[in-house]
Design a binder for this molecule. Structure first.
Ligand code: SAJ
Length: 431
């Protein structure tokens, strides 16, 4: 067994994790708990300061777990890249967002790769977890790493892609029990990756290349975006047929095979589902081809905020309500404190363009920076003004829907949050 394989097997290897967000911080803690000597690296000094004060800024990592890991395991946090010099493994978990023109922004992984290439990467295993388009690891990262040396990939150093599969805000599935897909530039890279990840994940799925591993992640999330697009279109169709889409879904999901429930909503939020298919679509554009499903689901999903505002205007007119809308829940999905790509922000944008006033309440969000304004979360009681329409955009579990519906006369429920409400006085409009 080669030297690195042995250090990975007996956990004497040192592991640097670059990017301490909702992927990198839990990952660094998992590798520390597995026995490795871990260096958590992030250029955001406020994150590093928070970690030094043993305060977690990631909801899936409690302060207690952070304190316990720092106390009982080998983990240090820094804003410099210097630990790379003494690391056997370097794992990259930095953002891969879209830029203003909705094209992939891989500048973060390029920058980090350039920083890594400043060190002697001989005998190291480098792994990318950030979601990228098919081919990016081999076409972009590998040339940067071999730029100023004559190291041979698979012999001298190793490069791997392993898609992150963390699901923020829910605890059933975690790094340990979620199968971990890995694909190396060479089979030796893949095998070293298997040994490494086997220390933190029960089930390792080896694929034939980094490109296959990159595409696996994109298939998973394009599948999700396309099916959300389908169910959103079905919601619009049911509205035209004067049918309740939520009743139809409940009936369809009784089919024990061949069906998987998705639910309509006010749009597509988060930093995965609206973003990942666009990475695949961009690669296809570079190849002068396209995915009809991605384009169609984007048209439908990104059109939902407009549809919601249009429906709200009809309700306001019908009930002769005032020109103000109260938004209940603004995060991109329930029970998380993340508003990235949230449909609520799109809806605020549309309301602002239509000169319709708005306010919001969200137990997870104190304020939203919007058009150089700071809009603060207001009490739900401030919405109990029955000349204004309230819209449920995010159905957090900690909302008391009985209390809310007892104090409103008209509500537009885009999440079927009021499905169990018995109050017959309130006018509930559904998606
Ligand atoms: N959404 C719908 N209808 C649905 C499901 C989701 O409108 O039936 C909306 C949500 O409201 C949200 C957006 O889609 O605005 C994304 O929601 P999500 O449930 O997909 O949550 P994410 O963005 O946190 O996606 C993550 C992904 N995990 C990774 O990429 C590693 C995704 O692959 C998971 O399937 C998803 O969590 C999950 O299952 O919750």
């Amino acid at each position: 067994m080669n030297g690195l394989a042995k250090k990975l097997t007996d956990k004497t290897a040192s592991v640097s994790v670059i990017g301490l967000g909702y992927i990198g911080l839990p990952l660094s803690i998992s590798f520390a708990k597995a026995g490795f000597n871990v260096f958590g690296i992030d250029i955001d000094n406020s994150k590093i300061q928070s970690l030094h004060e043993q305060n977690s800024y990631i909801s899936d990592v409690s302060d207690k777990e952070l304190k316990n890991t720092i106390k009982n395991y080998k983990i240090t946090f820094t804003s410099t890249y210097s630990p790379i010099i003494k690391s056997d493994v370097v794992i990259i978990c930095v953002p891969t967002p879209l830029n203003k023109t909705k094209d992939p922004d891989i500048s973060y992984i390029v920058k980090v790769s350039e920083e890594i290439s400043k060190f002697d990467i001989n005998k190291k295993l480098i792994c990318l977890e950030s979601t990228v388009y098919p081919g990016a690891t081999e076409e972009v990262i590998l040339p940067i790493l071999t730029n100023n040396n004559n190291l041979k990939i698979g012999d001298d150093f190793n490069l791997l892609f392993s898609p992150e599969r963390m699901d923020p805000g829910q605890s059933n599935w975690n790094l340990s029990n979620t199968p971990k897909v890995i694909g190396g530039i060479t089979s030796n890279c893949t095998e070293l990756g298997r040994i490494l990840y086997n220390s933190v994940s029960e089930n390792i799925i080896k694929v034939s290349s980094t490109k296959a591993a990159e595409m696996t992640k994109l298939l998973e999330n394009t599948f999700r975006a396309a099916n959300i697009g389908l169910i959103n279109e079905m919601a619009l169709i049911c509205k035209k047929l004067n049918l309740d889409i939520w009743e139809i879904i409940e009936a369809a999901k009784t089919k024990p095979y061949g069906y998987m429930p998705f639910y309509p909503g006010p749009g597509l939020g988060g930093h995965c589902i609206p973003v990942d298919p666009r990475y695949l679509e961009w690669k296809l554009e570079m190849l002068n081809t396209e995915s009809k499903f991605i384009k169609l689901s984007e048209d439908i999903n990104f059109g939902m905020p407009d549809y919601v505002v249009q429906s709200a205007e009809e309700i306001i007119k019908k009930h002769n309500l005032s020109n103000k809308i109260n938004i209940i829940g603004v995060t991109y999905k329930p029970n998380v404190s993340d508003i990235r790509e949230s449909p609520a922000i799109d809806i605020m944008q549309i309301l602002s363009e239509k000169n319709i006033k708005f306010a919001f309440n969200d137990p997870y969000i104190n304020k939203v920076e919007f058009e150089n304004l700071t809009i603060r979360s207001e009490s739900i009681e401030s919405f109990f003004n029955n000349k204004e329409l309230s819209i449920i955009i995010t159905d957090h579990a900690n909302y008391d829907w009985n209390y809310i519906s007892d104090n409103l006369e008209v509500i537009y429920d885009t999440r079927n949050a009021l499905r169990n409400i018995k109050n017959t006085k309130i006018n509930i409009y559904k998606l």
